[in-house]
Design a protein around this ligand. Structure first.
Ligand SMILES: Nc1ncnc2c1ncn2[C@@H]1O[C@H](COP(=O)(O)OS(=O)(=O)O)[C@@H](OP(=O)(O)O)[C@H]1O
Ligand SMILES: [Mg+2]
Ligand SMILES: [Mg+2]
Ligand SMILES: [Mg+2]
Length: 456
């Protein structure tokens, strides 16, 4: 049976997994540090905690190559993005708590039957609003998952009202995250406008943000793992990635303390509510060679920047027998049977770790798993917001991400990844990566996957 150990809703014991992976923790190369790289690169005016709404300075328009050469760019954008994702995570935590403890009537089905919730729309609204207010509306293009079609229908008036309330109570706390709140609460039209300005067609700009307000909505509604994913794409390159993971504690061992699990394993005594960090935000800037993780701001507390961020690094495990691979929970999203065959031929002996959302990329970046594989069914086009933030974070943490043909993922074509060859593979190291790619080549044609449905 696969170990779905990150499933907070799962009844399966997770000691086995926690035991297995403690060895990966020993390989951590970077101990906890209070030092945050952003501080080093930050212009003087932004060293001090202040509202970005007062900083309407022009956003860098220089080309990617220049930015990489100086290492000075995107500093402001990164800080704004991390703060905005922190705020979004706080919103999500409150909505998820309500969803779990009360009814599911805030969960709607989209045309493709996938779920969408108050949190998806509300996060899209606040991130859109914050980025525009902070960086200047004319500087900001956003491509994001949700649209307002179903929210604007007359019969959705109650739902829209809940979204507006959720957005306004979140924005009222903006000062805690270093932002200025709106002068007056946003009305329904303003909220709809903030959501819909994130067009899901190609924005007119060569530099744009990609946002998945709630990635892994299924995990979210099940009280499980999910992520808020924000990235900045400049001339087709992902230059910033920020992943908010509200149910992925700073210390993986603390997963055991999550509400549902604790009830089952009562011999564990959880620490006092406010003394452990239930979630984290992970972020990286392309070319920096560093990925960082900071705790989620606790309810009612102020985000201090730079706060206690610590560097994360991929696992040093390169022996397949010691390695853990992770994959989507839903077999409709990735072929579990194909990855099981791959795992067998590569010599991956451990059970797969099935985790909702881009938290999978976070597990690789943090060194809690060594490989992530996704093989969607034929014809499925991967959307950029489902991968952009995770890819740059894993790469800067020392990992490798390519398609199954060994090519980098191509974010240059708008909404969808361009020319993706078969599937996506992220690995902690090049050697492991190479083995998996060879195994895909060896098994692709002999499996039935080359011809028809991949996800089974
Ligand atoms: N058919 C199909 N095949 C592949 N991928 C699909 C498919 N349908 C949806 N999606 C996208 O998968 C996102 C969730 O991916 P996960 O890896 O988290 O999958 S899983 O929930 O763990 O099964 C999910 O993201 P969210 O909608 O943000 O949750 C979708 O964008
Ligand atoms: Mg998604
Ligand atoms: Mg989503
Ligand atoms: Mg969705």
């Amino acid at each position: 049976m696969p170990l779905n150990c990150w499933s907070l809703a799962s009844r399966a014991p997770r000691f086995q997994f926690l035991g297995q992976t403690t060895d990966t923790l020993r390989h951590r190369r970077y101990p906890h540090t209070q030092f945050n790289p952003c501080y080093r690169f930050m212009p003087k005016t932004t060293h001090h905690h202040q509202s970005y709404c007062s900083l309407h300075s022009s956003v860098s328009t220089s080309k990617l190559g220049q930015d990489q050469a100086t290492g000075e760019s995107y500093t402001k954008e990164l800080e704004v993005a991390v703060r905005a994702v922190q705020m979004a995570c706080s919103l999500c935590q409150k909505v998820q708590q309500k969803l779990i403890s009360k009814s599911q009537d805030q969960v709607q089905a989209k045309e493709d039957n996938s779920p969408v919730t108050v949190a998806d729309w509300s996060v899209q609204a606040i991130v859109s609003w914050i980025l525009c207010e902070t960086l200047g509306r004319s500087n900001v293009s956003i491509i994001a998952e949700e649209d307002v079609q179903s929210l604007s229908k007359t019969r959705a008036a109650g739902l829209l009202e809940t979204v507006v309330q959720t957005v306004n109570s979140c924005l009222a706390e903006a000062p805690l995250f270093g932002f200025q709140p709106p002068e007056a609460p946003l009305d329904a039209l303003q909220v709809l406008e903030a959501i819909s300005r994130c067009s899901s067609t190609m924005p007119p700009s060569s530099k744009f943000w990609a946002l998945d307000p709630v990635d892994g909505t299924l995990g979210f509604v099940r009280g499980d793992q999910y992520a808020v994913a924000l990235s900045l794409i400049d001339h087709g390159e992902v230059v910033l990635g920020v992943l908010g993971c509200p149910n992925y504690p700073m210390r993986k061992e603390w997963l055991s303390y999550h509400h549902r699990y604790h009830r089952i394993v009562s011999r564990l005594t959880p620490p006092a509510e406010d003394s452990w960090d239930k979630g984290c935000v992970i972020y990286a800037r392309k070319g920096s060679g560093e990925a960082w993780m900071q705790p989620l701001v606790q309810e009612g507390k102020k985000l201090v920047w730079p706060n206690s961020a610590r560097r994360v690094r991929v696992s040093a495990v390169d022996n397949p027998e010691m390695a853990t691979f992770c994959e989507p929970v839903e077999k409709a999203n990735s072929s579990h049977s194909f990855t099981a065959g791959l795992a067998h031929s590569v010599g991956l002996r451990k059970q797969p770790l099935r985790v909702y959302s881009m938290v999978k990329y976070a597990t690789i970046a943090r060194g809690d798993a060594e490989v992530f594989m996704k093989f969607a069914r034929t014809g499925y086009k991967e959307k950029i917001w489902d991968h952009a933030a995770g890819v740059v974070i894993v790469q800067e943490a020392g990992g490798v991400v390519t398609d199954a043909g060994g090519r980098p993922l191509d974010f240059s074509g708008g909404l969808y990844l361009q020319g993706l060859d078969r599937g996506i593979i992220a690995s902690a190291g090049a050697e492991l990566h190479e083995r998996i790619i060879k195994a895909v080549d060896a098994s692709w044609n002999s499996s039935s996957l080359g011809e028809g449905e991949k996800a089974s």
